[in-house]
Every structure is written in C-alpha cells, then in structure tokens.
Design a protein around this ligand. Sequence first.
Ligand code: PRT
Ligand code: ZN
Length: 327
Amino acid sequence: MCYYYKTLKGLTYVSPFFIAFTELFKNTIDMSDASNTTATTEVGKLKLAIQKSGRLHDDSMKLLKECGIDISNGVNKLKAEASNFPLEVYFLRDDDIPQYVEDGVADIGFVGENVVLEKKKKVDLVEKLGFSKCRLSIAVSKGVNYENASFLEGKKIATSYPVIVQDFLDREGIKADIHEISGSVEIAPGIGLAEAICDLVSSGSTLFMNGLKEVETILQSQAILIKNKHLNIEQQQVLDKMLFRIQSVKKAKNNKYVLLNAPNENLEKIISILPGMKSPTVLPLAEKGWSSVHSVLKESEFWDIIEQLKALGAQGILVVPIEKMII
Ligand code: PRT
Ligand code: ZN
C-alpha cells in the first residue's frame, strides 16, 4: 500500500506564533483586503461554524465545553450564543462550512480536512483538532489483483471526492474516469458502476462488508479549525484566546499524570526516565528508603515507560487523566 499525505493546496497552516507575529503587521498587510471581507461580526466577537448534526457535531460541542465555553443550543436552532465567551455558533452542513468561512459569513469553523481540501476554498488552517480521524482511500473488489496505482489506468472510480481523487491521479500520471456520486459509494463495484471507489474509511468494516479491500490511502484527515483570511485584530485576539484553550485541552488529552512510590536506591534511574513538565516532583515517604514521585507522561510513551518503572522497583503506580495543561 502506498501513502500520499495531503498537499494543502489553497490551505495554509498558520502557527500560533505566526499569528501573533502577523498581528503586529496586520494593518499594513491586510488593509487592502479589508473592503473585500463580508464579515459583519461586531468588533471582537467571533462566529464559529460547526456541523449541525453528524459525525463532527458531538465532538465539536464537547471541545467547546472543555474549553470552558458554554453554548445553550436549543433543539433545531441554527444559531446559538456563548454565555461566557465572545462567540456565536452557527450550525450548518459540513460541506458548506469552508464556503461560509471563505466568505466571512462565519469567521472560523470546525470541519473535516477532507471537506476543506475537496472544496478548495481560500481559508487558513489554524489547528488540527484531533477528533474525527479517518483516511480517504481507494478500494477495489477483494478478488482483484491490485499491484500499484497503474491498475487504475482507464478505469472508472466512483467517489464523492472528485477533486482530491483527480489530484492523486495527476500526481501518479494516471488517466481514469471519475464518477461522482454523493453517497453509498461502496456499492458501486458490486453493481457494475465502477471498478474502484475512493471513500472515507475509519474502522474499515464498511469496505469489508461490501467485499472490498483498501489499496491506496490518498489522504489522512481529521477535524480542523479553519479561519477566514480577513479577521480584524479584535477577532484575531479572541481566536488566539480560544486557540490557547484548545491547545491546552489537546495537550492534556495527550498526557497523563503519574504518581508512584520509588525505592530510594533506584530514584536517580527512575527520575532519568520520567520527563515531567520541568522535572519530576520527589517527596519523601513516611516509610524510610522510599520516595513518592509525581510526573507527566506522554500517552504515546506511556506503556514503555511504565514497564521500565516497574522493572526499577516502582510500586503503587497511579495514572490520572489531566483535565487541562497550561505550559
Ligand atoms: O449532513 P452533513 O453534510 O453535515 O454531514 P455528512 O453526512 O456529509 O458527513 P458525516 O457526518 O457523515 O461526516 C462528517 C465528517 O466526519 C467527514 O467529512 C469526515 O471528516 C469525518 N469522518 C470520520 C467520517 C468518517 N470518519 C467515516 N467513517 N465521515 C464518513 N465516514 C463514513 C464513510 O464515508 C463510510 O461510509 O463511514 C463509512 C466508513 O466507516 P468504517 O468505520 O466502516 O470504515
Ligand atoms: Zn456533508
């Protein structure tokens, strides 16, 4: 299987540092664009577009909650206001979010990267949000002998992502017939509509149940925060505040707080494998010869380090989730 990772055409990654830097020069850089923006947001208030219902909705709302932003969303409402943050939330179809953000009808949006890349709208990528992870993959019938992308030459590919698929074919130098369909893509080979499909995959069970196998991953996707290119200074400041909270929530999710009892004879070795935020906290225990060690571990390194700690005689290891992490 070969992997192609996104070329963010029309989508620029903007780091928080870059945002802060460009803010200093915003008046000179963006004044010529100011008349182009259709943003009607009152000074310092942000309009956020999120999915009304579907796979992104619950995690989007959860993220706002974890950021301490309270939204009272009445059933069937299209718009809601945060009670404790300068934010208004619009509930929309995910496909429409990039357009609304480009036009400035919404200032920012939570949406799948796959949708932003397919729509090719002029928006900035601010942050990857870490939920709704999936991949956009080519699949063919199980029995097909697929060796590489040249199999697709002259074939029909059914997909809801014609733009991203065409980019992939262009990169591979392959000419194929893209057949755009809006749903149930996975049934296309079975009914003779196409020899291959390109669709989102997460667990892979939909492909499996339809007698298909995944042969190329052309994009890795997740929910992202996008922004309009013409935010005013006050809006950018509110976005920076929100971004700071989002990053604190993300860091907390990727880390665990660990407390353990360590025999003093191995204390130095134990400390050397525990990173901590600055360095681990070490407190003497009432029982002689033992210390209590507190530290923060990355989720990805967690099991490796715990095994090493056990081997060094650590006992009573407690692992606690972190709610927010402000560094
Ligand atoms: O109504 P609206 O237009 O707002 O929503 P929608 O129906 O177009 O989108 P929705 O809610 O289905 O998905 C929203 C976003 O969730 C997508 O744009 C992706 O960014 C993300 N996402 C994450 C997924 C999946 N995982 C996913 N598995 N979107 C769709 N799927 C589908 C896929 O199309 C296939 O039918 O799930 C099936 C495959 O799943 P597995 O687990 O069987 O592999
Ligand atoms: Zn949609």
